[in-house]
Write a protein that binds this ligand. Structure first.
Ligand SMILES: O=C(O)CCC(=O)C(=O)O
Length: 316
């Protein structure tokens, strides 16, 4: 896998340039210090949020819950008062509990005044701001957002490493069918099990407090909390008809179907999905090899050992 650290980054950008150069071509962008242009930039310390939201009951996801590897995270593992949760993750020991996609603005609408939807993301989803919290070393598994919307993730406290990968690599990432996540481990890519990863190109971003990352629709993201911290995301409906349709379909058909089949068949259904993902990755690799001249049409049928042992462009 090739990781590109030379990424597009700006301090300020006007709406026209953002739309023409990033939103329309669906190109990721790091906007340094965006939060500092809003009252939240200075105001939103962890203590301030504890004062405002302390009694709110928040929904938490447990990274150690093995059951969630079978399908998408949609049901929280537990609920807790915000103050208790922050107390827990502020301790020195790591915590596996994450606050994920929590609509804090619904519970505390006054917070929205401090950080309204940034100008470049205004639209019908602009009222929905979601909060994410985690402790140091927390990992957010690699996934695409199920509704396929564009995302603007703004960091307020702590640093975060984000690996972004274009949806063009979905097959080579072994995307599970009926789903928007993959079982590959990007920290320790297993090229024998997942040889397609050798063809994947990713961008790496380090978000500092105040920074915002534009993640175009369908972009895969894998996140590591370098420090304990929190962020807020705003969303904007996908640009293309194809992504809009995929988002609507994923939410209304694929997700319920996958949940039902996971409930009925558990690991057997997961194994079937993995088998389909492997087949798709195999076909995508053949295509890549043919495009680069490694293979001609007659050699189209190759053994897995061939590509796993010989072809690792940009392999780290
Ligand atoms: O920052 C996080 O914890 C996760 C963010 C994320 O996955 C998202 O915005 O879709």
């Amino acid at each position: 896998m090739k990781i590109n650290k030379d990424i597009d980054s700006v301090d300020v950008i006007n709406i026209k340039d953002f739309t023409e150069q990033y939103l329309k071509p669906q190109k990721p962008l790091l906007i340094k210090g965006l939060a500092n242009h809003y009252p939240s930039g200075k105001k939103w310390t962890v203590d301030y949020l504890k004062d405002v939201c302390g009694n709110v009951e928040v929904e938490l996801f447990d990274n150690n819950n093995k059951k969630t590897s079978l399908t998408a995270f949609t049901t929280p593992d537990l609920k807790m008062k915000f103050n208790d949760y922050v107390g827990l993750i502020s301790k020195d020991e790591p915590s596996n509990l994450r606050m994920f996609l929590f609509n804090m603005f619904k519970r505390k609408p006054e917070l929205r005044k401090d950080f309204p939807c940034p100008y470049m993301f205004k639209g019908i989803l602009g009222k929905m701001g979601y909060m994410f919290f985690g402790s140091k070393n927390t990992k957010v598994r690699i996934h695409q957002d199920i509704d396929m919307s564009n995302v603007l993730l703004t960091q307020f406290h702590g640093r975060k490493r984000v690996i972004l990968i274009s949806p063009a690599y979905s097959d080579l990432l072994y995307r599970l069918p009926f789903n928007t996540y993959s079982l590959v481990d990007l920290d320790e890519p297993d090229y024998n099990k997942y040889p397609g990863l050798a063809y994947v190109e990713a961008n790496e971003y380090i978000l500092e407090p105040g920074d915002a990352l534009f993640m175009p629709s369908g972009y895969w993201h894998y996140i590591t909390y370098l420090d304990g911290g929190f962020a807020v995301s705003y969303r904007k409906i996908a640009q293309s008809f194809k992504m809009k349709l995929l988002g609507a379909f994923s939410l209304s058909v694929y997700l319920p179907l996958d949940k039902m089949l996971s409930f009925l068949f558990g690991k057997k259904w997961l194994a079937k999905k993995e088998q389909i993902a492997e087949k798709r990755a195999h076909n995508a690799m053949i295509k890549k090899m043919m495009e680069s001249g490694y293979l001609n049409v007659k050699e189209k049928r190759v053994e897995k050992s061939f590509y796993s042992s010989q072809l690792r462009p940009g392999h780290q």
